[in-house]
Design a protein around this ligand. Structure first.
Ligand code: 5AD
Ligand code: SF4
Ligand code: FES
Length: 362
């Protein structure tokens, strides 16, 4: 075994300068050893329990035009939809009845007042109808600070906002000129100051992204004291401008998956007590992708609870799984997958990030 890995498996703490070399360990034997070390760290820090977050992808209407994303504004081939208030409530109640600790409300970015009010109303009703028991995470892009504040007051208590990459030059290549990296970082600061549990993440294996960039991403999570990480492999969507940069994606898929798993493992080893999601994009590259994520150190799974009729229209990347399935099928399927790797699901618990609990003394 690689000597660096040997010392880490023996208990030496991972240092900043180890991140790049660990991410570079692509030999199968080394990778397995890395995942094992990360898994041991996960057991010690957060235990063998997986928490379910039912994700409602409630609308694909987006003001933004990110070069990699299948629901970007300029993709005219997408049928736009927004779930109704009743449909969203129905999904939330289903999650509560299924004893999911929380839901994630995700959608394209919209900054208009009407939208902010729509979400605020949903938050209040979901809280009321589930006796305050269902946790609610929001994943609705960049917003003005007062919108974040209103949503927090209405019951949102976690927020996911990926930075996509910590490298501003790479960010600029992936987005039109009016999409600002600095604005995104400001949002993370605002969310934390308001009191949210803050989640962020990056895409892994982007065109022109280096291992140094990924190492800096992990350091960014540490510097910003991030509570929750959601990151996954970059996957080409053919109706996007970025697709031309990776015409050979099919041959790269395995490498993308491995790199994403190493990123999860190294993040677990370095940050220790955060919640890390085993994201759906892993499953787009391998049927067992999400189980692999758990075994590389992730402890959160986000089963899709969106109405089946809308799933086809919410494809940020290609090969997204579960387009024809419904919430109950995904629950049973994922429960089986979690149990197949010897883990259990923390039904009826919020499963807050231990990092957040320590950070706030809660
Ligand atoms: N491949 C992988 N992830 C993507 N996302 C958007 N497009 C893609 C893609 N082509 C991710 C972004 C965004 C999240 C909601 O989905 O990281 O923040
Ligand atoms: Fe909109 Fe998010 Fe897709 Fe960008 S990544 S186009 S903000 S849904
Ligand atoms: Fe949806 Fe397997 S996760 S059917």
């Amino acid at each position: 075994m690689n000597t660096l890995l040997q010392s880490i498996a023996a208990g030496r703490a991972v240092a900043r300068e180890d991140l790049g070399p660990l991410l570079a360990l692509f030999e199968p034997g080394d990778q397995e050893a890395l995942f094992k070390a990360a898994y041991a760290m996960k057991l010690k820090q957060v235990g063998p329990k997986v928490y379910f977050r039912g994700i409602i992808e409630y609308s694909n209407i987006c003001e933004k035009n990110c070069y990699y994303c299948g629901i970007r504004r300029d993709n005219r081939k997408v049928r736009r939809f927004q779930m109704t208030r009743e449909e969203i409530l129905g999904a939330a109640k289903w999650a509560h009845a299924s004893r999911y600790g929380s839901i994630v409300l995700q959608g394209g970015e919209r900054q208009d007042k009407k939208h902010a009010e729509f979400i605020e109303d949903i938050l209040r009703v979901v809280k009321r109808e589930t006796n305050g028991e269902l946790g609610i995470t929001l994943s609705l892009g960049e917003q003005p600070r007062d919108t974040f504040e209103r949503w927090f007051a209405a019951g949102g208590h976690r927020y996911l906002l990926r930075i996509e990459t910590s490298n501003p030059r790479l960010y600029a290549k992936l987005h039109p000129a009016d999409h600002s990296h600095a604005a995104r970082l400001q949002c993370l600061d605002d969310l934390k100051a308001i009191g949210y549990q803050v989640g962020t993440g990056v895409m892994i294996g982007l065109p022109d992204q280096t291992l140094d960039d990924l190492a800096s991403d992990i350091e960014f999570f540490r510097e910003r004291d991030i509570d929750m990480i959601g990151m996954g492999p970059y996957i080409v969507h053919s109706e996007t401008p970025l697709a031309a940069e990776m015409p050979d994606f099919a041959e790269k898929a395995r490498g993308q998956l491995d790199l994403a798993l190493r990123m999860i493992a190294v993040t677990r080893l370095y940050l220790r007590d955060v919640n890390i999601a085993s994201t759906t994009a892993l499953q787009a590259l391998d049927a067992q992708g999400r189980e692999m994520g758990l075994q590389a150190g992730a402890n959160i799974i986000m089963p899709n609870i969106t109405d089946t009729k809308y799933r086809d229209a919410y494809q940020l990347y290609e090969n997204k799984p579960c387009l024809d399935e419904n919430a109950a099928l995904c629950r049973n399927c994922l429960q089986r997958r979690v149990e197949s790797v010897g883990e259990t699901i923390g039904f009826g618990e919020w499963g807050d990030s231990p990092h957040f609990q320590k950070r706030t003394g809660s």
